[in-house]
Design a protein around this ligand. Sequence first.
Ligand code: A2P
Length: 317
Amino acid sequence: MKTLQLKNTDELPMLGLGTFKTEPGEMQTAIQKALNLGYRHIDCAPVYGNQPEIGEALSASINAGVVSRDQLWITSKLWNDCHAPEDVQPALEITLADLKLDFLDLFLMHWPVAVTKGLFLPESAEDLIPLDELPLIKTWKAMEKLVGKGLCRHIGVSNFSVKKLESLLATAEIKPEVNQIELHPYLQQAEMFEFCKNNNIFLTAYSPLGSPDRPDRLKDEDEPILLQEPIIIALAEKYSVPPAQILISWLIHKGAAVIPKSTNPERMRSNLDAAKVSLTRDDLQQIKNLDRQRRYYKGQAWTLEGSSYTSANLWDD
Ligand code: A2P
């Protein structure tokens, strides 16, 4: 498995398992199967509602000798209702208890958005806390302290724009090591790649397959379907692999970590095999031409009318 080497020589496996959008009970079995298949990087978040199941599966697999803790890379995230500095450590402690772990490999700020404590999603503009009231750097400073306490080995962010990364880098003592963002051939984020390369920040790609299992309310009627993209299908035929392997392999070629979600053992196995696909320069050029700045997750939950968050200031594009 290819890895990304972090500052302290820890290695982040480039291909991990996403765990968003699962039915109750589904992820416990899936994680055990994934670990048996050879997955070593699991991407979690409290908001996905399945960390206790993942914790059961991790401890069962560790106890059964399938894998040891030091072979695993476990990422989780800080939900938006816990951005107040005093809420950051307790939130991580709950995550650790749920995952049955003593530390995380990577702890990410899930969104550059703050909501009222106790809320999963805001119902009205009043539930959103403006960033000038609760700045991201305050939350970040609280996250920095957790590294010194040994509760997480690395810290990073998710859904941050270049502008927000720049602002954080200006005063952070510990620089973010990872930005987890939506990344796929329809949303290639060239400027972000360039910025992160110049600032020693790794990217992790979420929704690498275009997140076909998103709820219908988050889908546009006429949206392009990544797994049905003719160029991707033609490349899949060229290499006699499923289209998903082309999408995953492209991200690995780009130097990003990638976390396709699956609970199906055959697809989990197949996705892991994407690391074996070697794309040519011509293949990469064909995929480069597919860029169309198409977000599948637009963050509509945060840009409620009357709030200080807008689509323009959320993504800074
Ligand atoms: P399943 O869990 O039944 O395998 P993303 O990672 O972009 O969010 O996409 C996740 C979605 O893609 C899930 O619906 C998942 O379904 C599906 N999926 C995962 N792997 C593959 C694959 N190899 N081919 C087609 N669909 C896949």
